[in-house]
Design a protein around this ligand. Sequence first.
Ligand code: FES
Length: 158
Amino acid sequence: MTPADLTKSLAEKIATVDHPREMVVDVMFAIQDYYGYLTDEGVEESAQLLGMSPLEVEQVATFYPFIYREPVGKYVIHVCDSVICWMDGYQSIKDYLCEKLGIQVGDTTPDGLFTLLPVCCIGYCDHSPAMLINRNAYGDLTAEKIDRILDKLRAEPQ
Ligand code: FES
């Protein structure tokens, strides 16, 4: 798919709804999936397609934690820092992830494989402490379980 194909396909989808701006998240996701993150040009293009101002798109993009305004790793880990996970060991899980990956929250590993970010409750409290990796949920986290998950991802063809 070329950028022109992407624009055409998004324009066709937007044409099917009464209120184009209701598709702002879908459009941002599609552009992010294509480029790896929501580029400045992607904000401009989203705005044009949706009849919104770039500032309005930017406001949604920066509010929504799963839209990335700068390059991220192949695997984006969102570790939950909300109350139930806090009570169930968030701090040690977060520290372990930082130690294993050699980065701090907000950073990407030098090999471009992992980005570590915080996230509010992901609705997986009954399996806290929990995290998402590329929007897939992992719960009941322990150091051993994190080792297994990271090893499996590292072993996948890159
Ligand atoms: S508080 Fe972490 S999943 Fe709900």
